[in-house]
Design a protein around this ligand. Structure first.
Ligand code: ZN
Length: 512
């Protein structure tokens, strides 16, 4: 039967619990109908199931599927489309002028790239693409996830204010030369419904259509407290209760957002969102780069996850999140790539490696403990599993749980040599990249074999995307022109309104 499969490995991590997780030697899992039905010694499982296909061998390390807990579903990032990295708030208007690539193709490419690294679940913080009605854009992206074969927790983004600067858009545009303001207004005019009244209905329709898909969860997706009115946050809380779903939002990504929170929210941004009933074990905050002690205590106390995105934080100059403190204080931690990684290649292993190295300070233990390899592997597996709100246990391999797993070619990771005494988990963190991943199974189905996506041709998808990017609709040039005209004014607005940025660092990377 094709729905039964034995996967074996020389080293099997069912999870990354404990300080120094040890793999089982020569072990295997039996998969039946998408579920792990047995875990045991490889020889025994193979002998007991003689007619079942076996994949993997003693040269592999098996781990649970990785979870990319913050993505925008972009296989092609902004830099490749002509928007250079910058500080977040200056970068956003340029980003709004990007050529609107087809969300199906772009998201499919992103998933296939991430699958190569062993990502089996993604939390998609989904901006609708400019040329499509929002719901159509979301439906195409959801279709891409289903076709790629991954699991997705999908959060349709919604915002109703402060598109350009952190104050009333109309007021800001009134202060500009009227020509430029007119052009930008035309760009911002949306063709969709009023977000406050339309969001709940759209979410209800999407929820109705995703019921029964084992690989899809829906999440409320307010863009962030700067960009949402109180009325909209109230709607998001109601959507969570009515549809019985969780939430995923950006939070305190930049130092300017931290300053904004200090100016506008009495007890900080996390307490503010808590007031709308938006926190809890099914809620997650992307970035959290500027969570202070009180913010973190509230996340820990409510079980709200923080999704660390170290590459993106570096590229958009948002700083280094206080991850060591989060771990010490019990904040549930997940790891994401934000569609903005060091190499723009969706290689989750580089993100894991960066997250491990970034939080070591030039202060030896016990003054400045640094996250262990296991801490980061947990964030990339069970941590993301919690944030993605699936009802089945993700990020670990357990009997009766979903069969989402990865085979890493240990022989090539260890090349040219690796002494046997080296801890396997730490070695994975230090040396693995997507090129070492052989096989990925999601929901019991092989989605990557020999390092290649099954049933898809990423090169052909990339070629289609190149065609779209090289022949953008005329509207794109107009958008880019309009946004370029106001970029200086946007920068000035932030410079004058947020002159007092926080100066006290969370870490002391090189203090004299
Ligand atoms: Zn993001």
């Amino acid at each position: 039967m094709t729905s039964r499969l034995v996967v074996r490995a020389g080293h099997l991590f069912t999870d990354f619990g404990g300080d120094d997780p040890a793999p089982r030697a020569d072990a295997a899992v039996l998969i039946e109908h998408g579920v792990v039905s047995a875990i045991g010694p490889a020889e025994d499982l193979i002998a007991a199931n003689p007619d079942v296909r076996v994949i993997g061998d003693r040269h592999h390390v098996m781990i649970p599927g990785l979870i990319n807990a913050h993505s925008h579903g972009r296989g092609i990032d902004g830099f490749r489309l002509g928007v250079a990295d910058d500080w977040l708030e200056a970068w956003i208007p340029d980003y709004m002028a990007l050529p609107p690539l087809d969300p199906y193709l772009d998201t499919l490419l992103a998933d296939l790239m991430a699958l190569r690294a062993g990502v089996t679940t993604v939390i998609h913080s989904a901006y609708p693409r400019a040329t499509l009605p929002a719901e159509e854009s979301h439906r195409r992206a959801l279709r891409a996830h289903l076709d790629a074969g991954v699991r997705v927790a999908y959060a349709p983004n919604v915002q109703d204010r402060y598109e350009l600067v952190y104050r009333d858009t109309e007021g800001f545009l009134r202060e500009l030369d009227s020509d430029a303001a007119g052009e930008v207004k035309a760009v911002l005019a949306t063709d969709g419904e009023d977000p406050v009244s339309g969001y709940a209905a759209m979410m209800a329709r999407l929820a109705a259509d995703t019921v029964g898909h084992d690989r899809v969860r829906l999440l409320a997706g307010p863009e962030g407290p700067e960009w949402c009115s109180e009325a909209l946050l109230t709607v998001c809380g109601a959507v969570m209760r009515d549809l019985d779903i969780g939430l995923h939002t950006h939070l305190l990504e930049s130092p300017i957002q931290y300053a904004f929170a200090a100016q506008n929210f009495e007890n900080g941004a996390v307490a503010y969102l808590d007031g709308f009933g938006l926190l809890g074990p099914r809620s997650s905050f992307a970035h959290g780069t500027w969570l202070d002690g009180e913010d973190r205590a509230r996340c820990a106390g409510t079980g709200t996850s923080v999704v660390h995105n170290p590459s993106s934080n570096l590229r958009l100059r948002n700083g280094v999140a206080p991850v060591a403190a989060m771990l010490e204080e019990g904040v549930p931690l997940a790891l994401g790539m934000d569609s903005t990684t060091l190499d723009s290649d969706e290689d989750m292993w580089r993100e894991i490696r960066l997250a491990h190295l970034l939080h070591g300070q030039p202060r030896p233990e016990p003054w400045a403990p640094r996250p262990s390899p296991a801490d980061i592997l947990r964030a990339a597996t069970t941590g993301g599993g919690a944030a993605s709100t699936f009802t089945v246990p993700l990020g670990r391999l357990v009997e009766g749980g979903p069969a989402d797993l990865v085979l890493v070619d240990w022989a090539s990771v260890s090349d040219p040599l690796m002494v046997p005494a080296a801890p396997t988990a730490a070695t994975l963190v230090q040396f693995t990249s997507a090129r070492h991943v052989d096989t990925v199974v999601v929901d019991g189905t092989v989605r990557l074999s020999d390092g290649k996506p099954v049933g898809h041709d990423p090169a052909a998808i990339a070629a289609e995307l190149r065609g779209l990017a090289s022949n953008p609709p005329p509207d794109v040039a107009r958008r880019a022109r309009a946004m370029a005209r106001i970029n200086d004014a946007v920068r000035r607005d932030f410079e004058t309104r947020f002159a007092d940025l926080p100066t006290e660092p969370f870490y002391v990377p090189n203090a004299r």
